[in-house]
Ligand binder design. Sequence first.
Ligand SMILES: *Cc1c(COP(=O)(O)O)cnc(C)c1O
Length: 382
Amino acid sequence: MTEITFTPSAPGYWADANVSQEDWNSAKWQLKNRISSLADIEKHLTLCEEERAGILLTGTKLATAVTPHYFNLIHPTDPNCPMRRQVIPRIEETHTDPSELADPCGEDSHMPVPGLVHRYPDRVLFLVTDRCAAYCRYCTRSRVVSGVSDQKLETQWDAAIEYLKKTPQVRDVLLSGGDPLLFSDAKLEKLLSKLHAIPHIQFIRIGSRIPIFLPQRITPELCAMLKKFHPLFLSIHTNHPAELTSEVRDALGRLADAGVVMGNQSVLLDRVNDSVEVQKELVQKLLMCRVRPYYLYQGDLIQGTAHLRTGISKGIEIIEGLRGHTSGYAIPQYVVDAPGGGGKIPVNPQYVVESNTEHTILRNYEGKEFTYPEAKPSKIVR
Ligand SMILES: *Cc1c(COP(=O)(O)O)cnc(C)c1O
């Protein structure tokens, strides 16, 4: 049994930079002091050749930017550090496999209005910004995110709101991007108010990695504002237990206290979280932060991300290693977002050994088999 600990990100190497506690705790300061150039990164990390070349060559695909808070979690010399692999580019990003696509989940072809993806019958994905606090190298929307690639995110808020008003089957709106929590409280409040005022919209969710990259943004003022728009759900994005620092835990606590219902979305990544051991610690820590693991995603077929993907068998092995071995609340649904725009498809270990007209043979988490008889046709005439 490993002891679960939440350690602070500060003071790390920034203690040497003489930053005041007040600055460190300010989201504005964190954003202004993001680490993005090769020179700045090399001041603190010993880079390998693949990383140095990656930082120089990937700048026209997806920007490099890391908040000091998150940068502090990166190992100074180990290129296999899980946090490092998520945010520091590598030259492999310039390699494209023929199976990879710019828009693997087919979002661009499912937009009735620019920025609004309507794939499922009753819910929409509303891409409200192309900016994030820091950039994940495996970003599913790297084609439009961070503002450096040729394709720009087109988002038309007024047209999107009009579409939602006249589309009553939409009862669930998911705000994403980019990261919606990067907006000021006032701008976000305006958007939430407009959506909240549409009678058939039953609930709003926000997808955000800000609680992890920039916990300083989760101020009491932000939480008080969000509270006005219940039921409000927040899907956070954590991949490794070390990302759940004490600052992150406290930020999540403020959101939970404000009544925001939280789920976590993880992406299965090579040498980041591709083991049962790491995943188990992650999901158990999330429950301690009052966040329910929601999805574990198989890596999308994004151009230049082959070095971060694993096989689907790895995801099945992880779910198998969690189910029965830890709280059911801790277990996310493993999904593959189908290439070509088929949406999220659940993938599960096989627990049905045999099924016929007589019975179904099932296997439990320990591999023991159990038989459940088929229901007999009832003699009672209803
Ligand atoms: C993921 C996604 C949703 C939300 O799906 P849920 O399974 O309800 O979380 C909605 N629209 C699009 C386009 C998505 O990719």
